[in-house]
Write a protein that binds this ligand. Structure first.
Ligand code: AMP
Ligand code: MG
Length: 359
């Protein structure tokens, strides 16, 4: 099962390849009357993902993002490609839409918690205070082909959005090659093209966040849509029985608490990737407000306290016409016995009215 915990099942697709990339596993599967063409398309899809990684990686010193970070504080903007500019602009827009919860300039804070290193540790209060002053997307300016970070020490981290963008580019390559159907899975960021091999939606297994080997729910992904999962089991450390996971709440500069994982359906992999991170931070009640009226979106949370269950965006039942009233179904006997995620069919658990009263 891929690293982020979503098991895809495109087994009947004729051509299927997997490679390690972006610190996780990339799986691409495609079908075409000409298997040679399918294989060529699958390889081109991989090349697109590799290209995104070489532009946006935090781990490659020569990536555009690493060069932007290294130039932070300098008066001269760093030249960037159209792709990197697209992702940075999308990130800034989502920062606004999320009310600041999603923030790609949290790099110095993520770094202070040690999530880029082998072993994390709770930083000293004074350290947190000083790195927090380096965050804030007001200090990131993005033009058509250049970007600039205002202050030295600032640092962009596209860990919550670049994978989704890469999956979208890979699927675009497959579509242009004329494949009949395809699936791209980059560590749990999944997008599908064409009709599923069987039925009306693509079944995607959602991992039980507390039992890696168990599938807690099956999500029905409509053709032309994408999904992503953010979980506290992906990258974390524990001190005195407290789990510190890699998604930072910008209000506290500490790892967000309360959610074990959230899986999102959205019209693109970029949106699914951004939303999974943001909805992890916001939790079900505030998160559902963000989804309300957002076309083609849905989310399933598993709470850290063992609760949870589906909360689904406004128009999902129409999107998954005929598959199920809700996009999610409990897998097997009882997902509840794992201690997380009692999955009830409750497709409109949250409404705009509830959001209004909560502000
Ligand atoms: P994901 O697995 O897509 O949820 O992305 C998690 C990664 O996004 C983390 O490892 C950090 O690199 C980065 N990150 C952490 N907190 C935030 C945040 N509040 N907004 C944007 N990116 C974040
Ligand atoms: Mg994400």
């Amino acid at each position: 099962m891929p690293a982020a915990g979503v098991g895809s099942e495109p087994r009947s697709l004729e051509v299927r390849r997997a490679w390690p990339v972006m610190g996780t596993l990339l799986e691409v599967a495609a079908e075409h009357a000409d298997p040679g063409l399918a294989l060529a398309a699958v390889r081109s899809a991989r090349a697109a993902v590799e290209a995104v990684d070489s532009l946006m990686s935090n781990y490659r010193p020569d990536s555009e993002i690493s060069r932007l970070n290294a130039s932070a504080g300098s008066a001269r903007p760093t030249p960037i490609s159209a792709w990197t500019a697209d992702v940075l602009r999308a990130a800034l827009a989502w920062g606004d839409t999320s009310g600041g919860a999603f923030d790609v300039t949290l790099g110095p804070v993520v770094d202070a918690w040690g999530f880029y290193r082998e072993r994390g540790a709770v930083p000293e209060e004074a350290v947190l205070d000083s790195v927090a002053r380096l965050a804030g997307q007001g200090g990131l300016a993005v033009g058509a082909r250049a970007a600039r970070l205002e202050r030295a020490g600032m640092r962009v981290d596209l860990g919550a959005i670049a994978k989704g963008f890469a999956v979208d580019r890979a699927l675009e390559v497959l579509a242009r090659a004329g494949v009949v159907r395809a699936m791209v899975d980059l560590g749990g960021s999944v997008a599908v093209l064409g009709d599923p091999p069987a039925g009306v939606a693509w079944p995607i297994g959602i991992r039980d966040p507390r039992h890696a080997e168990r599938v807690a729910a099956v999500l029905h992904l409509p053709p032309g849509s994408a999904t992503a999962t953010s979980g506290d089991y992906e990258r974390f450390f524990e001190v005195d029985g407290v789990r510190y996971a890699h998604i930072i709440d910008p209000r506290t500069n500490r790892p967000a608490r309360g959610v074990a994982s959230v899986s999102v359906i959205a019209p693109s992999a970029l949106e699914a990737d951004v939303l999974s991170t943001t909805l992890y931070l916001l939790g079900p009640a505030r998160g559902a407000c963000l989804l309300a009226d957002r076309h083609g979106t849905a989310a399933l949370w598993f709470l850290d306290d063992g609760g949870g269950g589906p909360a689904v965006g406004a128009d999902l039942p129409a999107l998954v016409a005929g598959a199920a009233a809700a996009a999610f179904e409990p897998a097997g006997e009882s997902p509840g016995d794992s201690g997380v995620g009692r999955a009830e069919r409750n497709p409109r658990a949250y409404t705009r009215a509830r959001c209004d009263t909560e502000g």
